[in-house]
Design a protein around this ligand. Structure first.
Ligand code: TGC
Ligand code: FAD
Length: 367
């Protein structure tokens, strides 16, 4: 038999290429430092921004090689800003924005959610009106990651001339555009979140992403970001297990390490099993994505499953720390558990409904 490695129970490493292994190691080493806005250009320098895009200064690696460390910031920049510019932008827009976004010299945000329309963006109230030489954008977005520091905003608006949703690139400093921060979040505190207000913002003709054709274009960006989340949450749970294990080996009760008790081992075994299974599921979806065989429902499945399992088991292994909430490991596991609550919500908490529709053929979420 092969030797069992608890840190990689199903030997996922054996399924990765040498390039993917090297990128995983680089990203893992890089993610050990504390967050600071100055790290965004650093992320660019090690190839973590827009990593699967070909050309325009991006790394052009496979979908599996994309590590999810510092995931929210990197994911918005890569999947929700660079991806739509790459997929739906003109050549001039790609040249103008992609290399600087890839280097982290400028920061991007993605504005889909509105105060009255979260799970149901089809109801959006933000509008674009065609005027001589450009458009006028009116509306507001909320819960937008990176918005307070964004240089460029991908804003989704309903176009008054044909009632279709399209994407527009709005730049910081445009008259009528403001992006104040939402303060005092109790989770994902390291990621900046804001509102975006657009009061008669006049944008030029070339701010329209010409390839966007309805809400499906916005949803296709979410496929990419949700895929990234499915990896990132497993990374967070992996860290929880490693920290809880170390504590359980050191902490003694009844004259034995608490790691020797069956109930503690059960918690660790169940959590690490979910990590192994969740990562393999994401790997399979990544391989299918690279081969052009992806169905969006597959992404819903791994997003829903991995976020749910990560939250459930992060909370479970947090119990192993008992009352020792002053130890660093407990702080980190509690931080992960709090962040994981949000990963269920953002990028949609509607995936059971999407899967339910695919399984039954009946749509549960609308008329
Ligand atoms: P529906 O009629 O189902 O679809 C409208 C059109 O879109 C197409 N489509 C997709 N295309 C590509 N990928 C997907 N995943 C797609 N899902 C749908 C669909 O084929 C159709 O195309 P067409 O050509 O027929 O018009 O639209 P609906 O309005 O009924 O959608 C329902 C639902 C619930 C699936 C959708 O509204 C939804 O996904 N809601 C969740 C919203 C959400 O996830 N928002 C996320 C905001 S961004 C964010 O949270 C960033 S977090 C950032 C961070 O990491 O910090
Ligand atoms: P609601 O839509 O009001 O949902 C509330 C609850 O009702 C949920 O449990 C939901 O599952 C449930 N529900 C809704 N409809 C149904 C139904 N038909 N059947 C059963 N249950 C239903 N958005 C962006 O556009 N860009 C970003 O960068 C971004 N970043 C974010 C960062 C953070 C930290 C957070 C918290 C959110 C972010 N979001 C972003 C918004 C996020 O995508 C929304 O919060 C999410 O889509 C849910 O919308 P909502 O908060 O309005 O909840």
């Amino acid at each position: 038999f092969a030797k069992f490695n608890w840190e990689d129970p199903l030997n996922m490493e054996s399924l990765l290429t040498d390039e993917e292994k090297a990128i995983k190691e680089t990203a893992n080493a890089y993610c050990q430092v504390q967050f600071d806005p100055a790290v965004i250009p650093e992320m660019g320098a090690v190839g973590l921004l827009g990593p699967s895009i070909q050309g325009y200064g991006c790394a052009g690696v496979s979908n599996v090689a994309v590590d999810s460390g510092y995931r929210s910031t990197a994911s918005v920049q890569s999947s929700l800003v660079m991806h739509p510019i790459y997929e739906f932008g003109s050549e001039a827009q790609k040249e103008k924005y992609l290399p600087r976004l890839a280097r982290g010299e400028i920061i991007g945000a993605f504005g889909l959610t509105e105060p009255n329309h979260g799970s149901d963006p089809a109801g959006m109230e933000t509008t674009a009106e065609e005027v001589d030489g450009g458009f006028i954008i009116n509306g507001s977005k909320t819960w937008i990651s990176n918005a307070p520091v964004a240089d460029v905003h991908v804003i989704w608006a309903r176009c008054k001339w044909d009632n279709k949703v399209r994407g527009f690139l709005l730049e910081k400093g445009m008259k009528g555009l403001s992006a104040p921060p939402i303060k005092n979040k109790i989770s994902l505190r390291v990621s900046l979140t804001g509102s975006v207000y657009m009061d008669n913002v006049r944008v030029p003709q070339d701010s329209l992403l010409p390839g966007t054709k309805g809400l499906g274009s916005a949803f296709s960006c979410l496929n990419s970001a949700r895929f990234g989340i499915s990896w990132g949450v497993m990374g967070a749970l992996e860290d929880c297990v490693a920290r809880a294990r170390s504590y359980a080996l050191e902490r003694h009760q009844f004259k034995r390490p608490i790691a020797s008790f069956q109930l503690i081992q059960k918690k660790l075994a169940e959590a690490q099993s979910e990590v192994a299974i969740g990562l393999l599921a994401s790997l399979q979806v990544g391989r299918l994505k690279d081969q052009g065989l992806l169905a969006p429902e597959m992404v819903s499945l791994i997003k829903k499953n991995n976020c749910g399992k990560a939250l459930q088991h992060a909370r479970s292994v947090l119990d192993i720390l008992g009352g020792m909430l002053r130890v660093m490991s407990a702080y980190h596991i509690a931080r992960h558990a709090s962040n994981l609550q949000i990963t269920n919500t953002y990028e949609g908490d509607v995936h059971a409904l999407i899967l339910g529709k695919a399984i039954t053929g009946i749509q549960a979420f609308a008329n």
